[in-house]
Ligand binder design. Structure first.
Ligand code: PPE
Length: 312
């Protein structure tokens, strides 16, 4: 991976190579961590973090779901992240804050173990590649079902929960596909391994609701708003698996992946087997929003202080 200079650990800026944990860190054994994936873009108004506050808020909600008290305020996390980007002299990067049960004791009762917080920033390309974003990807419906609210907390972004995504991802990869789509525990469409899903049919845009065990994506929310502003009808409702096969367009959304058209599902072309019209129209405005080119969405940008468009 692309290294940067410093990582923030429990309030200190530590050189990248020294950012290490003990092998008996609780989270390493039991997955007791919660994290975020955020991106900073080099925008019209200088380096700025996209929907920063919303990501920080979700981090704290995920922590609360697993009884973790983060020993910093959301504002400290936000401002430390901005300072970290600035100290690393980055103008665009991926941001990974993670709160985790640290070193202290073993066993499944976690409440006596301190919660540590680290924030890392580095340059990271698109999850499913530039090519995937431009031409669309080939996806497979996974034989693995998404974690259900009966066994875990799908709305939390917690480390251990990603074993589910990993099973689906490797299965799809080994079968020669770019990405897996998971159904929820009752068989409705849920999401990709690290992306939410949208389906377009007869000009209407559909996406699964909270009750389909999705992670409530911030990119998903941005796309819903942009689509509505463009005058599209957006319907949040349960989607049956077979509706995917008769869709005109399908696309995925997430911070790491951004927005990715699905051109083929289980070896069948979706629509004309290439990114659809509505997908492309939304993608263009979403990119304008990310890079500060559309005034309507400037509120979504949190500028990195001290950096200016000319400071590259
Ligand atoms: N579902 C899952 C399971 C998920 O992990 C993500 C983000 C989303 C939906 C989309 O959420 P949002 O980024 O708020 O639009 N996945 C993050 C981590 C990916 C990773 O592989 O690591 C991300 O995109 O940063």
């Amino acid at each position: 991976m692309e290294q940067s200079e410093f990582i923030w650990i429990n309030g200190e800026f530590v050189p990248w190579e020294q950012a290490q944990v003990h092998v008996l860190t609780h989270a390493l054994h039991y997955g007791t961590s919660v994290f975020e994936g955020i991106r900073c873009y080099e925008t019209e108004i200088g380096p700025a973090v996209f929907r920063h506050q919303d990501h920080v808020d979700r981090l704290f909600r995920s922590a609360q779901a697993y009884f973790m008290e983060i020993p910093y305020t959301p504002e400290q996390v936000r401002s430390s992240t901005l300072e970290l980007i600035s100290r690393n002299k980055l103008s665009s990067c991926y941001i990974r804050p993670i709160a985790y049960r640290g070193y202290g004791s073993m066993g499944l009762f976690p409440l006596t173990i301190d919660v540590d917080l680290t924030i890392a920033v580095w340059e990271w390309g698109l999850y499913l590649g530039e090519e995937g974003k431009r031409d669309g990807i080939r996806a497979k419906i996974s034989s693995w079902r998404r974690i259900s609210p009966e066994t875990l907390i799908p709305h939390a972004k917690a480390g251990g929960q990603y074993l589910n995504s990993i099973l689906a991802k490797v299965e799809a990869h080994n079968a020669g596909y770019d990405e897996a789509l998971l159904l929820d525990h009752v068989g409705n469409v849920c999401e990709g391994t690290g992306e939410n899903i949208f389906v377009v049919r007869d000009g209407v845009i559909y996406t699964p609701p909270m009750t389909s065990s999705i992670l409530e994506g911030i990119t998903r929310d941005s796309i819903i708003k942009i689509a509505a502003d463009l005058g599209h009808e957006v319907v949040v409702r349960e989607i049956a698996a077979d509706e995917l096969l008769i869709a005109d367009e399908i696309f995925l959304t997430g911070t790491a992946a951004e927005m990715v058209p699905v051109r083929e599902l289980d070896d069948r072309p979706i629509g004309r087997g290439q990114p659809g019209e509505i997908t492309n129209a939304l993608l263009a405005i979403y990119e304008d929003a990310l890079y500060g080119r559309d005034e309507r969405y400037r509120d979504w940008l949190d500028p990195v202080p001290g950096a200016s468009p000319a400071s590259r």
